[in-house]
Design a protein around this ligand. Structure first.
Ligand code: AMP
Length: 452
């Protein structure tokens, strides 16, 4: 289906032509017509599937075709969880607006508030923003939202994870009128809080799910390597980077301190490397992302600040130096490669501390994982076997088997005997026949600590 079949305004069609875009992606095919007829939407589709244009095109169409409710207030507000994603969305918006008379501005945290207030006084039609800063402007009355016609939430689940529920509700209430339309987009929407938010913000939304997020991503080859400890991970990291034909790579770590340390090691080994973490000021974050997205640096080491939505077409390799805590985050991280039909590799290091997180990812994506080895760097760690459930034989009281093991007789002898008549004898096992009886806390401690 060509874009021409979507009945978009001629001017929009010609911008798409100039951008070399001829056919809408599946999410665009469904979301654009549904949004253009005025529906509220809850849409989820895989990362890199063209979500941004799926909401920007109907937004622009609405602004072009319908009369504004207010001359001063923004007509379209796009909210994203991170500043980086906001500036990326803003970049796409600017190229769409280049041949139109419409104005836009970017309003994110970490930038000068007064400069933003000045830009807002110029009455932009479109504002792309992060929720915290937009709430500040609303509270300071440097922004009005009465005339808002279209509210777009990109990566709604991530905004909730970052604690923006209050700001989203404030913005919703500030622009709560009959004519407002709301579009909620995300790569992942299976999130109880997202459902609640959808109920609060949306009116009879149309639901669009393109690809289950948990379906394997055909364009990304996922590999897993066992690791014993930090030094082993570092040795594997160097080898994987040396052995791969990389355009650009992103390495995700669990901690900010590791991003800097690893960046230094890789820089010393001749890779041009930048590290990005949430504690940097916004100008530094912008500068680093800008350099990386223009291909001036080959490797970016980061925490999850860069895992969502960023569209970096040259990233051919993602390495999970540490596994992410949440399984959905894994999907977002590896989605930084294999963008817009290109092929990518995702390599994950799984050490003893990553084991539980790895299990969550494996279950979430129903992965059939075969661990790989790298010659000369084989490790000892081979995963953690689940503890077998203990069978309780008749006649073994839970106390007799568990609690007295390893205890000195004197301790046993010191324990006061319970009067036989005090209460009925407890059952030996729980209702399902497997779990041992609840232990009495004081007596249980010493042996338990030995087992765990
Ligand atoms: P997104 O999921 O919005 O981050 O988009 C991922 C990438 O797909 C971006 O580089 C877009 O420019 C590109 N893209 C979006 N829509 C299309 C389309 N209809 N045809 C080809 N590429 C597209």
């Amino acid at each position: 289906m060509p874009f021409k079949d979507l009945s978009l305004d001629r001017k929009i069609e010609s911008v798409l032509d100039q951008l070399g875009l001829t056919e809408p992606t599946p999410i665009q095919q469904q979301a654009i017509p549904a949004a253009m007829v005025g529906n509220d939407l809850v849409a989820s589709s895989k990362t890199g599937s063209g979500k941004t244009l799926a909401f920007l095109l109907p937004a622009l169409q609405r602004v072009m075709r319908q009369k504004a409710l207010s001359k001063r207030d923004p007509r379209v507000l796009v909210l994203t969880p991170t500043r980086e994603l906001a500036s990326q969305v803003y970049g796409q918006l600017r190229s769409l607006l280049s041949a139109t008379p419409y104005r836009s501005t970017l309003v994110v945290g970490g930038e000068n508030f007064n400069d933003q207030a000045k830009a807002l006084r110029k009455d932009p039609h479109f504002v792309v923003a992060t929720p915290g800063r937009i709430a500040n402007h609303y509270n300071e009355r440097t922004l009005g939202l009465d005339g808002l016609e279209l509210l777009i939430l990109d990566e709604a689940d991530r905004m909730l994870d970052l604690g923006f529920a209050g700001e989203l509700k404030l913005i919703n209430e500030a622009a709560n009128h009959r004519l407002r339309q709301t579009l909620m987009f995300s790569a992942t929407l299976e999130h109880a809080e997202v459902e609640e938010l959808a109920q609060d913000l949306l009116k009879k939304p149309k639901r669009i799910v393109i690809d289950e997020v948990t379906k394997p991503h055909d364009d990304i080859r996922q590999r897993f390597l066992f690791c014993d400890h930090l030094d082993h991970k570092q040795a594997l990291l160097q080898r994987v980077l040396q052995d791969s034909e990389i355009n650009q790579a992103i390495i995700f770590t669990a901690t900010r301190s590791d991003t800097d340390r690893l960046a230094k090691i890789l820089d010393d080994s001749g890779f041009s490397t930048a590290s990005l973490s949430g504690d940097l000021n916004q100008q530094d974050r912008n500068r680093i992302m800008d350099k990386f997205s223009r291909g001036q640096q080959q490797i970016l080491i980061t925490t999850d600040v860069a895992s969502r939505g960023l569209d970096l077409l040259n990233v051919s390799l993602v390495i999970n130096f540490d596994m992410p805590k949440h399984a959905e985050e894994y999907v977002h991280r590896i989605g930084r490669t294999g963008r817009a039909g290109s092929q990518g590799d995702a390599v994950s290091f799984v050490g003893p501390r990553d084991w539980d997180a790895f299990q969550r990812v494996k279950r979430y994506l129903s992965l059939n994982v075969k661990f790989e080895q790298i010659e000369g760097l084989e490790g000892k760690f081979k995963g953690i076997k689940p503890k077998p459930k203990k069978k309780v034989k008749a006649g073994d009281t839970a106390k007799g088997k568990h609690k007295t093991a390893g205890k000195s007789k004197t301790a046993q002898q010191r324990r006061p005997k319970r009067p036989a008549t005090r209460r009925p004898a407890p059952e030996l096992v729980s209702g399902d026949g497997l779990a041992p009886l609840k232990k009495k806390k004081t007596a249980a401690k010493p042996d338990d600590s030995g087992e765990s």
